[in-house]
Write a new protein. Structure first.
Lengths: 224, 224
């Protein structure tokens, strides 16, 4: 059996409201290079095809970035929707091979490593899907209208990306959903009955959400 | 009514196993100053008395740090126990005034701010107790022997320190417990029936646990 085709859908749809920045975080320069280029390079190293999902208003900026940074890695571009779910689905529609393993990845996670991508693709090739998770390190509480209570932190895990599924199964799950926004694809897929396989992620593979996160990845890169 | 006495129990008991470092993280130098000194300075600014709980093998090192860094802030020192709970309890035993508000704080959280300390003391003065929490920003899953399932992240919050309680109530809760280790004091207190009051913490107020965390606080300080 030959290895399944690998395709990364790199989602750069976020507006960066939590960053207090005009430029969405995934296009900001990190050591002189746009944040999203880090992920593209890593997936390219893993022999994965690349589909980039851009916000409508960044299409012009994208061509400028490609030129300015002389980005040579082959990739396809499509435009995102109003929600993360619609953006991922727009990317998925570009995938012709239903048997391909599709890795949905946040463009705002530039610290993703080649070895983690490989481990998730390998696990997904065996189990049909795989996502990276890391243990919660802090105490956590569940706070709702009815309760405010500590929970056993040993039972809780932070979910990262890339999250890898078979293209056909993921596409079908989106089409059977009502396209309400899910915070991640694993949540969507388990609602259609799939058992999610997890691999141990990497603590450095954070999503840049707040200004502190940008400082973190910058210094993590400089300390490598 | 006069404001209640404020006392900080700053717990520096951890061995730093997750840091891969010989020196416990709370004594490492951050911009030339021991990590734990940052918290001591902030509580001193808030007119709080200070009790430092040290590991047995750091007592000599402590005196050396005080001398070398010319640390002038008045404080008491006691020795920690085998677990975090025993360390906190040892610190608590130094508090003579049962009506004091005691702030239990991780020495490994140097980014604590004066304004956050003030907000928690103020809330505790009104509600009887208060702890800082921040929303979880990532997707999270509950993974146990029986299930592996996404949970609604909007219901989960990361717990920080300082956690503030009345000295007498906290002491009593420890004495009524069997001194098994709790990950935080709120968990202990709610088991004795207390309703926990929460205030919004600060994202920068992280606990240095992994080497990446040290890099983060270092650059957060330098970017101030």
């Amino acid at each position: 059996m030959s290895a399944p085709e690998r395709i990364a859908v790199i989602v750069a749809g976020g507006s960066g409201q939590r960053m207090n920045a005009k430029m969405p975080k995934q296009f900001m320069l990190l050591n002189g290079k746009p944040v999203i280029f880090y992920s593209i390079e890593k997936f390219h190293e893993c022999n994965s095809g690349i589909i980039v999902v851009l916000p409508e208003d960044q299409k012009e900026n994208w061509n400028k970035l490609i030129r300015e940074h002389n980005m040579q890695i082959p990739h396809q571009v499509t435009i995102g929707g109003a929600t993360r779910s619609l953006s991922v689905y727009n990317g998925l529609k570009m995938v012709k091979n239903g048997d391909a393993l599709v890795a949905v990845h946040d463009a705002a996670r530039p610290m993703i490593s080649v070895s983690l991508i490989e481990r998730i693709f390998d696990e997904a090739a065996t189990k049909g899907n795989a996502i990276p998770v890391i243990p919660v390190k802090d105490s956590i509480r569940r706070i709702t209208a009815d309760e405010n209570k500590s929970v056993d932190r040993d039972q809780y895990f932070i979910v990262q990306t890339p999250q890898i599924f078979h293209a056909s199964a993921l596409k079908k799950a989106f089409e059977n959903s009502n396209f309400t926004s899910f915070t991640d694809e694993a949540t969507l897929m388990e609602q259609s009955g799939l058992k999610i396989a997890t691999v141990t992620g990497e603590r450095a593979n954070i999503k840049i959400t707040f200004p502190e996160d940008f400082i973190f990845v910058q210094s993590a890169l400089n300390n490598k």
